[in-house]
Design a binder for this molecule. Structure first.
Ligand code: F6P
Length: 548
C-alpha cells in the first residue's frame, strides 16, 4: 500500500478552506476568545505529562474542522497505516520508513520484505547495552588499560545532529564520560577538539549510515592518524567503533567487525537517533536513559496512531502549520523552548523539517503549484526575547511560533523558574493581545509624558497583536519527555508531507553540491578550470593564488 497521491488543492476541503480563509483572515484571536468561553479548554490537549494549548491561533472551530476534513480527504489515516506497517513509502529510494519500529516493543512484529525486523533491532540494542555498560563501568578500557574518559562522535547530518542534540539536551542525566562531536570537514574544528583529548582514554564512534560521506571519512582518517602517531602501541581496535548500514566499509577503514553496530536503510538519517546512531547518547547517559528516550517516543507513536484527529497532537499542530503556510502564506515558523537545555532543538528540527519537506515535485512526479516545506528556526527563551522577538511583535511578517516550556526545573531553583515561566507565558499573551492605542496612551500618561510627546510617540507604541502561538507545557525535561517531543515533530513532518503530496524521505537536493565539491577539489590541482561558470572560475583562481 503506497501513500495516496492526492493533490491537496483539488480536494473539496481545500476549496472550502479558501472560502473560509476570506471570512476569517482578519478576525482577531481576542474576538474568538470573547465569542467562545470554552475556547481555551476545547483547543487544548492534555496527554500524559503534556498540555498542548493551541487556542492562541488565528483559527476558529470551523477552521479546525475544515483542516481535519482536508487531512481525511488526503487519506491521512491510510497513510499512517502504511507508515507504521513497513510499506515502502520512501518510493523514490524504494525503502520503508521505520524509525518507529526502533522504539517498538519487543513483542511487536514489523515486516520489511516479508521479514520481521524487530528481532534484529533488539539484537543491536543488546549489543549497544553491553558495550555501553562495559565502557561506563570501566570494564572495557583503552590500549594502556585505563578506563575511557572521553567519547568522540564523528558523523554529520543525521549522524551528528540527533545524538548531539539529545546529549546536550539531557546533560543533566549524563555520567562521567565527556562527549565531543566532530562533524564539519573544517580542519580547525577537528583540531580544536583533538587538542583537548588523551588518546589513551578516548573512544571514537564513527557514525555514517553509508560510510562514504566525505566529511566523516576525512575526519575519521585525520583522527586515526593522530591516534596512531601518539604511541607505537596505540591500538585502533580498542578505540574505534563504527555505526553503519555497511559491514564492509568500516572494515576497509580499519575497524574490527565486532566493533560495528548495524543500522538499516529503512532508517532515515534525520530520524536515526533511535538506532545505533544513538550509541553516543547511550554512552553519555547510560543505556537505561537511552531506553527511556525510546519509550517516550513509542508513547507518542501510539498516541499518533490511535487518537482521533481533533485530539491528536501531531495532526493538529501539522494542520495548523499547513493553514499558515498555504493560506496566510507564512514563510517560516519558529520554535522557542524556555529551557537552555533545548538550545540545539531548532538546529536539530531544521534537518528533520527542511530536508524532508523541502520538495517541489509531488508524488505523481508533477511540479507543485502550492507552497510546501516551511522554514524552521528558533532559539531559547528568554535569550531570544532580547534578540529577535522585536520582529514578532512589531515587524511585518507573520511567524507562527511553538513555545515549549517545562513546569518543573531540574535544579529546582524556584526563583529562576517563576521568572522564566512568567516570561514564557507573558510572551504568548503579548503576541495575542498586542497593545491598543488606549493602553499605550494610558501607559505614557502614567509616566507623565506630555500630550505632544504622546502624539508623536503613539504610532510606535502600538502593537497589533494577533500573532499565533502554540504552547507546549511539559511537566519536566526527562529522557522520556524528550522522546515524546521529538517523535511529535517527526510525525508533524510526516503529516505535512502527506498533505503536500510530496516524498518526505529522500534528499536528492543535497547531492549536487557534494558532486560539484568533488570536481572543484580536483580542479585545485588542475591547470584548466575553464569549464566552471565565470564567477566560480574566478573564485577558484583567487583561492589557488592566495592559499599559502
Ligand atoms: O545531508 C545528506 C545526508 O544524507 C543526511 O540525510 C544524512 O543524515 C547525512 O547526509 C549523513 O550521511 P551518512 O550517515 O551516510 O554519513
Amino acid at each position: 500500500m503506497a501513500l495516496p497521491k492526492i493533490n491537496p488543492t483539488h480536494t473539496a476541503a481545500w476549496t472550502k478552506l479558501q472560502a473560509h480563509f476570506k471570512q476569517v483572515e482578519n478576525l482577531s484571536i481576542k474576538q474568538m476568545f470573547a465569542q467562545d468561553a470554552a475556547r481555551a479548554n476545547n483547543m487544548s490537549i492534555r496527554w500524559e505529562d503534556f498540555l498542548v494549548d493551541f487556542s492562541k491561533n488565528r483559527a476558529t472551530n470551523e477552521t479546525l474542522e475544515l483542516l481535519l476534513e482536508l487531512a481525511k480527504e488526503v487519506k491521512l489515516e491510510q497513510a499512517i497505516e502504511a507508515y507504521f506497517s513497513g510499506e515502502k513509502i520512501n518510493e523514490t529510494e524504494n525503502r520503508a520508513v521505520l524509525h518507529t519500529a526502533l522504539r517498538a516493543n519487543q513483542t511487536t512484529a514489523v515486516f520489511v520484505d516479508g521479514k520481521n525486523v524487530v528481532p534484529d533491532i533488539y539484537a543491536v540494542k543488546h549489543k549497544m547495552k553491553a558495550f555501553t555498560n562495559a565502557v561506563v563501568n570501566g570494564g572495557k578500557t583503552g590500549y594502556t588499560g585505563k578506563p575511557f574518559t572521553d567519547v568522540v562522535n564523528i558523523g554529520i547530518g543525521g549522524s551528528d545532529l540527533g545524538p548531539a542534540m539529545a546529549v546536550d539536551t539531557l546533560k543533566y542525566y549524563k555520567n562521567h564520560l565527556r562527549t565531543h562531536f566532530v562533524s564539519n570537514v573544517d580542519g580547525d574544528h577537528v583540531a580544536e577538539i583533538l587538542k583537548t583529548l588523551n588518546p589513551e582514554t578516548t573512544l571514537f564512534v564513527v557514525v555514517s549510515k553509508t560510510f562514504t560521506t566525505q566529511e566523516t571519512l576525512t575526519n575519521a582518517q585525520t583522527i586515526k592518524t593522530w591516534f596512531l602517531q601518539s604511541d607505537a602501541k596505540a591500538d585502533v581496535a580498542k578505540h574505534f567503533v563504527a555505526v553503519s548500514t555497511s559491514e564492509e566499509n568500516p572494515q576497509v577503514f580499519g575497524i574490527d567487525k565486532d566493533n560495528i553496530f548495524l543500522v538499516w536503510n529503512w532508517v532515515g538519517g534525520r530520524f536515526s537517533l533511535w538506532s545505533a546512531v544513538g550509541l553516543t547518547i547511550s554512552l553519555a547517559l547510560g543505556y537505561d536513559n537511552f531506553e527511556k528516550l525510546l519509550e517516550g517516543a513509542n508513547k507518542m507513536d501510539n498516541h499518533f496512531k490511535s487518537a482521533s484527529f481533533n485530539k491528536n497532537i501531531p495532526v493538529v499542530l501539522a494542520m495548523l502549520s499547513v493553514w499558515y503556510n498555504n493560506f496566510f502564506n507564512a514563510e517560516s515558523e519558529v520554535v522557542i523552548p524556555y529551557s537552555s537545555y533545548l538550545n540545539t532543538l531548532a538546529k536539530y528540527l531544521q534537518q528533520g523539517t527542511m530536508e524532508s519537506n523541502g520538495k517541489s515535485i509531488d508524488r505523481n512526479g508533477e511540479a507543485v503549484d502550492y507552497q510546501t516545506g516551511t522554514i524552521i528556526w528558533g532559539g531559547p527563551g528568554t535569550d531570544s526575547q532580547h534578540a529577535f522577538f522585536q520582529l514578532f511583535h512589531q515587524g511585518t511578517k507573520l511567524i507562527p511560533a511553538d513555545f515549549i516550556g517545562f513546569v518543573n526545573a531540574l535544579h529546582q531553583n524556584n526563583n529562576h523558574q517563576d521568572k522564566l515561566i512568567s516570561n514564557f507565558l507573558a510572551q504568548t499573551e503579548a503576541l495575542l493581545n498586542g497593545k491598543t492605542k488606549a493602553e499605550a496612551v494610558q501607559e505614557l500618561e502614567a509616566k507623565g509624558v506630555s500630550k505632544t510627546e504622546i502624539d508623536r510617540l503613539l504610532p510606535y507604541m502600538v502593537f497589533e497583536g494577533n500573532k499565533p502561538t502554540n504552547t507546549l507545557f511539559i511537566n519536566k525535561l526527562t529522557p522520556e519527555s524528550l522522546g515524546k517531543l521529538i517523535a511529535l515533530y517527526e510525525h508533524k513532518i510526516f503529516v505535512q508531507g502527506v498533505v503536500w503530496n510530496i516524498f518526505s524521505y529522500d534528499q536528492f537536493g543535497v547531492e549536487l553540491g557534494k558532486q560539484l565539491a568533488g570536481h572543484i577539489l580536483k580542479d585545485f590541482k588542475a591547470a584548466n578550470i575553464g569549464h566552471h561558470d565565470p564567477s566560480t572560475q574566478h573564485l577558484i583562481a583567487y583561492y589557488k593564488a592566495l592559499k599559502s
